[in-house]
Ligand binder design. Sequence first.
Ligand code: PMP
Length: 350
Amino acid sequence: EGDTSGGYASSNGGCVKNQEGAAKRRSSPYPTDDPILARIGRTPLIEYPEPTNGADILLKLESDNPTGSMKDRIALGIIRELEDDGELADVDIIVEASSGNTAGAVSLVTNRLGYDSVLTTPAGTSSQKIGYVRSFGSEIVECPNVDSDHEQHYRKTAKRIAEERDGIWLDQYSNQLNPTVHSKWTGPELWDQTGGDLTHIVCPMGTGGTLSGIGKYVTEQDSDVRIIGVDAEQSNISASFYGTDSGTYDTDVEGLGKGHELPTMWFEYVDEVQSVSDERAFVQARRAAADCGILVGGSSGAALAVARDITTEQPNACIAVIGCDGGEQYFDTIFDDTWMQEHGYSTEYR
Ligand code: PMP
């Protein structure tokens, strides 16, 4: 408390009437003496500088976490919660399955906390993601790209390794501690940074943990704030949310859903699920870079696209967008014209 840096103050006075609230900075629910782990959380909330019809878009830069995404929070938070519950006392290794940002996060956190760890990844996982795991010294088990009910699937493999080697499988896709960590940490942090003066929160959905946790905390403070999840077009997540027929699900956007409802999605705290095409997600991420000098990944691009739609309808809106990761790991894909063209996406910004 008392440190005002990182608290957002609106330029147009539209958001954050409660400056006192904005100035308050909550400390982490998982305090640590470790200087590396202490860098997790307290991410900046910046004003998105593109013209927004008078409304405010505030972008939370989770790329400021040590491995570049909000997954650092759940890696630390889940392990701390398990330690507090005594569940790691007889555990030799921590195991997680991830094709994305969670792999690096678990690898960093286990390194600093002194646990051995195994990360299982599907074939095709990007070298940037595996790079974190290698660098921090976790064991990597690369699995073939097979159906989820196949014995060699990377999640099944993680479960099996945990059983065979006296380990624990964190399982972010069903572990209730995933949304719980965000409800104790990311939600309160965002709330304090805005002084509670918000009309909408827009957040990409993979496991749904980030959205659900933030949604729970914020809804409990003010049930009028609209909590909006973002997923790929044709996803079964919005189909289960709205009770409609599901489409044929496929997406190139890193981090967006597994295509179906999961136990980590707390729909009772979600007001809307919006679907965004891959092209729009990527084009918006490219615009954020080219027009605003902000590097975010495709899932954040999708969320920014939804926020911009809201601003055209509601000039008084104050929208917080969760920018889940940075753009650096996508220079060879989203930000590369050849890759965009090869995948059939427009390279036009507008
Ligand atoms: N965006 C990116 C880049 C991600 O890595 C993830 C995590 N899969 C998400 C969005 C979705 O976050 P969550 O799993 O908390 O829903």
